[in-house]
Ligand binder design. Structure first.
Ligand SMILES: Cc1cc2nc3c(=O)[nH]c(=O)nc-3n(C[C@H](O)[C@H](O)[C@H](O)COP(=O)(O)OP(=O)(O)OC[C@H]3O[C@@H](n4cnc5c(N)ncnc54)[C@H](O)[C@@H]3O)c2cc1C
Length: 480
């Protein structure tokens, strides 16, 4: 069994270019996941000089670790939006998802991308009595928007349910094949893509943003933050507007079926098939909870075993959950389209990352987009959301406080803490790091499975040697 995403299998030796001199451009896109690459793709025929920089490799972030569903049946999201806003807003979000699904299909068809796109039937189900009414309401709401959602009574493999509904026009694909194809198309259109190129500082000087990129500078008139969680706190102070949800996913050999399924209530169970692989997701929780990763990992494997399956790949992923279940896409500065962001996809980033690319490319080109107001990241957080803000702050601080107080976890085997340092011992060797995430100062949790230091507040990750391998932190925690 391999501790890696099935989507990254076979992509160990990719060609890439690292920045090797200072650069000036019209637009700098920071991040080469579905948001950044789809935006670059939409802008590929413009005369703008555009650079995309990724700290790692294209598609190796969250987009390379998803379940790869392209789906508008997203738990109870439309009822949630209806509660927080109104019918029109819920309907507009539905339309945004349909448009995004159509956009992905259109790109795949036009560019003849071989990324295993398949039409599937998707189920939303529950095995709890008190959830049935909620799912029925979601069905009615979706049908009032024009969707064709029906009840299901037949058996759904690997799923025990009391009540389920189904949608037929939904899809699955291989996210890494899709993104690597977009990369090739953009390179052929003479757009620059730098990988292993981390942006660590952004300063505004006159009409340019000056960005530190490894040991070089990129001067850009406009910036698009497509890096998932933004590394900076201001403007915007993101931590009070979102929390992070993590889950474990595995791939086991199984009979192929053209379905996906997800339950309506956390903790999430989600399935899809890819060729003869069953992709199974469990153990979802707020990143600040269930911080013993070895336990989560073993727990997931136990669940797989009970289904008589054998996981060949296992990995974890995390995504940003917004307060109102609508993504944050657009300008971070009022009446100024030079500093843009696309994030907060509530675990539905294949559609919402594509939606972001449509909004962001229109903002860059000065075009009107139907969904700009819906997703405006500066939208006023209304009073209906106060409870959510408090819950969000509480759950986020829980990670911070727990990381500070309870350092000597009883599950740690080879870890020692000394003042502000943490020491991991392996085969007579000591790896010493600063036990503080450079992003917002949380203490770190040692992940016994991947041998990494993970931040329980905002999901930054560091190798045992202290090198930052995942943001929002842009700095290492190396000691000497
Ligand atoms: C368990 C799980 C399952 C999911 N399954 C689905 C699904 O089936 N369908 C669906 O629609 N969505 C799904 N999602 C959500 C989806 O995976 C994400 O929303 C989406 O991949 C986010 O894309 P992104 O482009 O914003 O981020 P990423 O793909 O992470 O891209 C961001 C990139 O920015 C780079 N970066 C970060 N910091 C810097 C920096 N300082 N300088 C330069 N580059 C930087 C990173 O290296 C990374 O490559 C799932 C999420 C989870 C947690």
């Amino acid at each position: 069994m391999q501790n890696k995403s099935i989507w990254l299998e076979g992509y160990n030796e990719l060609d890439y270019e690292i920045i090797n001199k200072d650069q000036i451009c019209d637009v700098l896109i920071i991040g080469g996941g579905i948001t950044g690459l789809s935006t670059l793709y939409n802008l590929k025929n413009s005369k703008l000089n555009i650079i995309l920089a990724d700290a790692s490799l294209i598609a190796h972030g969250l987009s390379g670790h998803t379940t790869g569903k392209i789906n508008y049946l997203q738990e109870l999201i439309y009822s949630d939006i209806l509660k927080k806003y109104n019918y029109e807003t819920a309907k507009l979000y539905y339309e945004s998802q349909i448009d995004s699904i159509n956009k992905i299909k259109e790109i795949i068809k036009k560019e003849k991308i071989n990324c295993d796109l398949e039409k599937v039937t998707s189920y939303l189900y529950t095995n709890k009595e008190n959830e049935i009414e909620k799912i029925k309401k979601e069905k009615e709401l979706l049908n009032s928007f024009g969707a064709n959602i029906k009840e299901e009574n037949k058996e759904i493999p690997y799923i025990n349910y009391l009540y389920a509904i189904k949608a037929i026009n939904t899809y699955v694909f291989h996210p890494v094949k899709y993104l690597l194809a977009l990369k090739e198309i953009c390179l052929k259109s003479n757009k620059k893509i730098y990988e292993k190129t981390k942006i660590t500082n952004i300063l505004k000087e006159g009409e340019y943003y000056i960005c530190k990129a490894n040991n070089f500078k990129i001067k850009a008139k406009k910036i698009i933050i497509a890096s998932h969680y933004p590394s900076f706190l201001f403007p915007y102070f993101f931590p009070i507007k979102a929390n992070i949800e993590k889950s474990y996913i595995s791939a086991s050999l199984s009979k192929k079926r053209d379905i996906t399924a997800i339950n309506s209530k956390k903790p999430t169970i989600s399935i899809r098939y890819h060729k003869n692989w069953l992709i199974y997701l469990t153990n979802s929780s707020n990143i600040s909870n269930n911080i013993n990763e070895k336990k989560n990992y073993l727990d997931h494997l136990n669940k797989i075993k009970k289904l008589n399956l054998k996981a060949e790949y296992i990995w974890k992923n995390d995504d940003i959950i917004t307060l109102d279940k609508i993504p944050y896409i657009g300008s971070l500065k009022k009446e100024d389209n030079t500093f843009l962001i696309g994030t907060g996809y509530n675990t539905w980033g294949m559609t919402n990352g594509t939606l972001a690319s449509l909004i962001l490319s229109d903002l860059i080109l000065g075009k009107v987009n139907k969904y700009t107001t819906l997703c405006n990241p500066l939208r006023v957080i209304n009073l209906k959301n106060t409870k959510d803000i408090i819950i969000n702050l509480f759950s986020n601080s829980k990670g911070y406080l727990e990381s500070k107080i309870n350092k000597n976890k009883d599950w740690y085997e080879n870890i020692e803490f000394k003042n502000n340092l943490a020491i991991y011992k392996e085969k007579n060797q000591e790896y010493i790091v600063y036990n503080k995430c450079p992003h917002m100062g949380c203490s770190l949790i040692f992940n016994e499975i991947d041998k990494t230091w993970d931040c329980p507040c905002h999901a930054s990750r560091f190798t045992k040697e202290g090198i930052c391998i995942k943001g929002p932190s842009t700095k290492d925690i190396k000691y000497k």
